[in-house]
Design a protein around this ligand. Sequence first.
Ligand SMILES: [Zn+2]
Length: 452
Amino acid sequence: MTVVLDGCAVVTMDGDRSEHAVGHVVVEGARIAAVGEGPAPRLPDATYVDGTGCLATPGLVNTHHHLYQWLTRGSAVDHTLFEWLTTLYPVWAGLDEDTVRVGATGALVQLARTGCTTTTDHHYVFPAGGGDLLGAEIEAARSVGLRFLPTRGSMDLGRSRGGLPPDHVVEEIDAILAATADAVDRHHEPSPDSMLRVGVAPCSPFSVTGDLMKQAAGLARDKGVRLHTHLAETTDEDDFCREKFGCSPVEYVESLGWLGPDVWFAHGIHLDDAAVAALAGSGTGVAHCPSSNARLGAGISRTRDLHDAGVPVGLGVDGAASNEAASLVEELRHSVLFARAVGGPRALTVRDGLELATIGGARVLGWDDRIGSLEPSKLADVALWRVDTAAHAGIKDPVAALVLGTPPPLELLLVQGRAVVRRDTMVDVDEERLAVDVRAASGTLLDRAVGR
Ligand SMILES: [Zn+2]
């Protein structure tokens, strides 16, 4: 099956950052066959999509999320991270397979509708008797049609041992390691065309023991999968590490074997120059989540410095409980605006922002050999944005229209060459039905919290 996007502006994000004012993208099956300037060749049996008035970009890559939080949006709306977490832990304690499936579907649909073709997820709440929560979100990603890198998260440092989460939402270390190994063995698909890879992701320094961090790193390296956690998000976390371990968060995780090209951290806000150099020197990546960081008043990541130092940086929406919009294209806009707000007008260009959202994110996830740019032989993950609407008409540079303008409608979103969004509507998901299911599941979680 051949699909040809024709007559659109094309931003490839290839090594030369090639762009075509009027160009084409030819997709054959799961892969990109050709990208170029001018009209597409006439090919037998191909389906042509008229891209006039549109901009084709690589599908956006989301490098940090907690999909289940779609069901707990709008709680603790004026709180710090630690206050917000202690409000929400008891609600999350009611998660089970059904609620996770519905919440994940809601979050994944929002990602798809905002240009995302690949997302990770960091699921770290596994209440006793909750069932196969990772399996439930993998099923959701299949039904929506996105490429997926779920991570098996965990918490083993409950309140009684000096951690932040209540004891009833943490697990024992042996059970965590066994379940994590099982998740990788059952679900991880290492093949070149993989739609599903699995990672290992203890939650954060204040909810996980050093012992679990060390053993999780060993497990991930044995299995050849990636490592992820939250790091350097707030000054509270920085204080926690300095009091408890006598060093910065980055020094702490370095002592546990947690720096390297197979590791990426969510946030990376409170980093001094030595920490930036340690990330750069080790090839450790950062998932920058500007809206969530602003929502929780955590600060603004040193995106420009990280980028200039050579640290792989991608964008993340973070969990929807701290970013109710959960719109990846809006993170693109916020990354550029926030960087300039602290670093001046040249801190991040619109094309730098698009780079973070595409090939940058692919690097962070260790997937840039297959996705993140529009190049022959790469997997066909493509966003085709309408930049000729009344809201965008007259903006000459289509990248400026995408990054600085109101989020454009999606004419088409292809994942692995398959249409997931067409004319701003989900192809395989009934969105009205989904809204009903999300409302019900969200109510169920709140009822369970009240009942406990
Ligand atoms: Zn997070």
